[in-house]
Design a protein around this ligand. Structure first.
Ligand SMILES: Nc1ncnc2c1ncn2[C@@H]1O[C@H](COP(=O)(O)OP(=O)(O)O)[C@@H](O)[C@H]1O
Ligand SMILES: [Mg+2]
Length: 430
């Protein structure tokens, strides 16, 4: 074969390979790869070192107990439960939509997939039950308010047990205490018969308050989901970007992981924003390298910060209702004067913010922001922080976002911290 023909042959081979590999690429939409707020598949991380899936699976298999899945806001409680259980083998009630007992049972009823024909059911007794469920479900979907007696509730739960459907109550902590208690009581005998029930909540003692453990007399299991490690967070971009044909610099991935504050939701969001930044909406046919500049990365952080954490911050910054107007504290920078709540929050933001901050650090930062004569006294700062703790406990849903105790301030919410870091620090602090 002449050199020319051999060369031509190689080219043909090369193009064939290219065409073949293009053909083999699975084109995915960016929004289905980085799923911020929904159920990820490509970027699902199993956190294998923690054995969470196995723990939950084991509890479900062992049965005969109420299983409580707890963890901080947006740490992956819903995602884990859904992944382990699958949507088809459960009936779900979202606690956030429940204000009364009637609403709880109506929502549960609406989520039950009932048999199409009665012949599928077994005994006469069971078919009476199914007939009731079918007609009650029709009413519920028309929005008719119904009351459910103990027998009706039992019929629903028995149907679930007979059909191997687990009951999942998501965001259990949002339900009023009396509904929580009633649900636990209704579940009790069915759990004894083998119904699987999973309650998902943030870990601020929601379950202690209503005495679930006492009520269930040892038939209670707890699966705890901790905040994410940096190495686990990094798995999200490591799985997602290659699926989009993107090779993103490790320094950007590292920075995303550090800024996520243990939250997979923030990581998913950063990654999808980066794709957006480069206008990538689906898998590239020719893989490409990306080295985002620090400006681009910071722009993403600022942008994401403005969507998360702001409502919480607003509540804290407003402070408690007060009849008298708060004193204006002048800033050294000549920017608009701040009241004590705004000034203290700005000072906290300027510490980083850190997760645990001593009073002295807050004082030092206040001195850098405010005109000397306007710096508040220790008892004033302490009182403002005490009020903010109260607001965090009573007026903000979920786990308290901050706590002031023994001259230390503890910040726990990744979104609040992220918001303060990127939207509240004095300019010039990076
Ligand atoms: N195992 C996971 N792998 C990848 N991303 C996850 C995982 N768990 C959660 N996420 C991300 O975090 C978001 C919030 O998760 P979710 O389960 O709704 O939190 P929670 O129920 O604890 O409030 C998800 O929409 C997803 O973007
Ligand atoms: Mg959830």
């Amino acid at each position: 074969m002449s050199a020319h023909r051999r060369k031509l042959g190689n080219y043909t081979h090369f193009w064939r390979l290219c065409r073949l590999s293009r053909w083999m690429i699975e084109y995915l939409k960016t929004k289905n790869v980085f799923v911020a707020g929904g159920m990820p598949s490509v970027t699902y991380v199993d956190r294998v070192a923690l054995d969470l899936e196995k723990k939950l699976r084991t509890e479900i298999r062992d049965g005969y107990k109420v299983i409580c899945v707890t963890g901080p806001t947006k740490s992956g409680k819903t995602v884990l439960t859904r992944h382990v259980l699958g949507r088809d083998s459960s009936a779900l009630v979202n606690g956030g939509q429940v204000a009364s007992s009637e609403e709880f049972w109506s929502l549960l009823l609406q989520d039950l997939r009932l048999p199409e024909s009665e012949t599928e059911t077994g005994s006469e007794q069971a078919s009476i039950g199914i007939r009731y469920l079918v007609s009650a479900q029709a009413k519920a979907s028309e929005g008719v308010t119904q009351t459910f007696n103990n027998n009706n509730k039992k019929t629903m739960l028995e149907f679930m047990r007979d059909n191997d459907l687990a009951l999942v109550v998501d965001d259990f902590h949002y339900m009023p205490t009396n509904v929580q208690r009633e649900v636990i009581r209704s579940l009790k005998s069915e759990i004894f018969e083998g119904l699987v029930a999973i309650l998902i909540a943030v870990p601020h003692r929601a379950f202690d308050a209503i005495g679930v453990e006492r009520e269930m007399e040892g038939r209670f299991a707890h699966v705890e989901i901790p905040a994410w490690f940096v190495s686990e967070l990094k798995e999200i971009p490591q799985k997602g970007f290659p699926n989009l044909g993107m090779q993103v610099s490790s320094s950007a991935v590292e920075e995303f992981a550090e800024e996520s504050n243990g939250s997979p939701l923030l990581m998913q969001r950063f990654c999808s924003r980066l794709c957006h930044h480069y206008n990538i909406e689906e898998t590239l046919s020719d893989p490409k390298e990306f080295n985002p500049s620090s400006n681009a990365v910071e722009e993403i952080f600022r942008d994401v910060a403005s969507q998360f954490g702001f409502p919480t911050f607003e509540k804290l910054a407003k402070g408690p209702q007060s009849r008298s107007k708060r004193i204006d504290r002048r800033q050294i920078s000549n920017e608009k004067a701040l009241d004590i709540y705004q000034a203290v929050l700005r000072a906290i933001a300027n510490t980083g913010p850190k997760e645990k901050i001593h009073y002295n650090d807050i004082r030092d930062e206040l001195r850098k922001i405010l005109v000397d004569s306007d710096v508040p006294q220790k008892h004033e700062v302490s009182s403002a922080l005490g009020h903010m703790s109260g607001i965090a406990k009573d007026e903000i849903q979920g786990e308290p976002v901050l706590e002031w105790s023994d001259d230390f301030l503890y910040l726990t919410d990744p979104f609040l911290m992220f918001y303060m870091r990127w939207s509240q620090r004095s300019s010039g602090l990076g």
